[in-house]
Write a protein that binds this ligand. Structure first.
Ligand SMILES: Cc1cc2nc3c(=O)[nH]c(=O)nc-3n(C[C@H](O)[C@H](O)[C@H](O)COP(=O)(O)OP(=O)(O)OC[C@H]3O[C@@H](n4cnc5c(N)ncnc54)[C@H](O)[C@@H]3O)c2cc1C
Length: 478
């Protein structure tokens, strides 16, 4: 008998339960399907495909070392599975549970029906501290810690070789993927993920808490694991495990152990928990990808989409130096820290009063670590449409003074301000002695902030004790 291990967003051989358990039972076809229709979806872009290509190359080599290379197929998952099931008398399809966008959700529903009809078992294994079929969040925290504190499992000892045709990975052009380009993109793959966590735990994490919001230093001090986690180059369990080993060694005063800053490590671990917390929201309510969590906000920002504002924001031409520097840097590197992401969204939703549904895909396209569960939950939080979170409107000028005091990050990305005296770098419009070839401010920051704040608070005060708010709290807050 033969089983298929379907690799999805879990591109690794270590701590991969489907691969491990399937290899103990039957001959295994390790399969990756490049789904043409998936790559045409508006939320993905060529930078995701680039990271995927690195990850697949690495995975193929690791599987080859185990005795069976990765089988790549290009096309429609239903047709590909149909053909493989007939030809190889497949007994079980193994995969991890996937909580991703609406397209993958609908695809999995169709596949489940097809597998049932063909009498093939689909063994989906729970992963990432996200649980299927929860009615509320009462036990979530306990379940989360139980899972992430389990020891990771190793890779299989060996895979039996099967003679089966594999296809070449198509180019991004062949797949007609939205092309943006990303000259400083992170490298993907399981090996790289292990190097990244290693360098983080041995040195980079020391100033994690101090630098977490600095656009200049966070590139180095943050873990930079988000894209590896999004593609499953490393599992959440492994990240917790390696972090625990590093802190245990440090606490035990072992020789030759790197100095660990426990405050930083605790802050890092709490963010790993947030990751699962947000993905769980999408698992429990898939429509948060396209609908306001609280319907009371459906009536705002409806007819006010200003295309010129959107384009200026999207292209880093708003006239607000930190906003433009962050957007331009993000386009070229595919990453920016949490606070800068929150500020970019807050500016678009509140100062420019744009409906988040019309700009969320621009960000998903340029975040290499795009993870729908975190992405849409965070965008809704920063846009004030959840009904349950504190309303927070970031002041981009204050953020600029606080997070890039000397304007080094701004000057790096906004070349038009290269000669701007430091006293004016955060508010170049105040400089009377010099003029710059830089975009004028597209809105009045104070006026637009006040207006947005008053509209959001007026709804929030009306719905505070409503039945809908109570239900949202029950469903999503642990
Ligand atoms: C509007 C907006 C959209 C976002 N979209 C994404 C997204 O698509 N994918 C994504 O991975 N993160 C997203 N984040 C969360 C956060 O900004 C990134 O996870 C973080 O910047 C990644 O860098 P890092 O791996 O160095 O994180 P670290 O600070 O080192 O944190 C470790 C891990 O914890 C998780 N994490 C960190 N911060 C958060 C957070 N606030 N919420 C949930 N999980 C978190 C990530 O998996 C991260 O890899 C978004 C935040 C905002 C405000």
């Amino acid at each position: 008998m033969t089983d298929i291990v379907w690799f999805k967003r879990d591109l690794r051989v270590n701590d991969h339960e489907p691969l491990y358990w399937a290899s103990k039972k039957n001959k295994v076809i390790p399969l990756y399907i490049v789904e043409r229709d998936f790559w045409k979806q508006p939320d993905v872009s060529d930078r995701h495909y680039k990271f995927l290509t690195d990850s697949i190359t690495d995975l193929n080599s690791a599987l080859h070392d185990l005795g069976q290379k990765l089988i790549i197929r290009v096309g429609d998952a239903e047709q590909i599975f149909s053909e493989l099931i007939e030809k190889y008398a497949v007994e079980t399809i193994w995969s991890h549970e996937e909580t991703w966008n609406n397209w993958t959700y609908q695809r999995d529903i169709k596949l489940r029906t097809m597998f049932d009809k063909k009498n093939v078992k689909w063994q989906e294994i729970q992963v990432n501290g996200v649980f299927r079929g929860l009615n509320d969040r009462k036990s979530w925290s306990k379940m989360f810690y139980q899972e992430v504190n389990k020891a990771p499992i190793g890779k299989p000892d060996k895979l039996n070789n099967i003679n089966i045709k594999s296809e070449k990975l198509p180019s991004a052009d062949d797949l007609d993927i939205k092309s943006i380009g990303c000259p400083y993109i992170q490298i993907g793959g399981e090996k790289e993920a292990h190097d990244v966590i290693d360098s983080f735990l041995t040195s980079r994490s020391y100033d994690y808490s101090k630098n977490i919001s600095s656009p200049l230093y966070s590139h180095e001090s943050c873990s930079r694991l988000s894209t590896h986690l999004a593609f499953g180059n490393i599992s959440l369990k492994q990240v917790f495990h390696f972090t625990k080993c590093a802190t245990d060694n440090f606490k035990a005063n072992r020789e030759n152990v790197n100095i660990i800053n426990l405050r930083s490590i605790n802050a890092f671990k709490s963010r790993l928990r947030w990751r699962s917390h947000f993905i769980q929201k999408l698992e429990d309510q898939p429509n948060i990808e396209s609908q306001n969590l609280h319907e009371a906000y459906d009536s705002i920002r409806n007819d006010s989409f200003n295309e010129d504002f959107y384009q200026a924001w999207r292209d880093g031409q708003t006239g607000f130096p930190l906003i433009d520097a962050c957007m331009r840097s993000l386009i070229k590197t595919g990453w920016i820290n949490f606070r800068m992401r929150a500020m970019l969204v807050s500016f678009a939703s509140n100062n420019l009063w744009l409906d988040w549904r019309k700009f969320a895909h621009h960000l998903s396209n340029i975040f290499t670590d795009y993870e729908p569960g975190i992405h849409y939950s965070q965008i809704q939080m920063q846009s004030g449409t959840t009904g349950i979170n504190t309303i927070r409107i970031y002041n981009p000028i204050k953020q600029s003074y606080d997070q890039d005091k000397d304007g080094v990050f701004i000057k790096r990305w906004v070349k038009e301000l290269q000669d701007c005296p430091i006293d004016y770098i955060h508010e170049p419009w105040k400089c009377e002695t010099k003029k710059f070839r830089y975009a004028p401010r597209i809105v009045d920051e104070i006026e637009t902030r006040k207006k947005a704040s008053s509209q959001l608070y007026s709804i929030k005060s009306k719905i505070r004790y409503s039945e809908t708010t109570r239900k949202i709290l029950q469903k999503h807050v642990s």
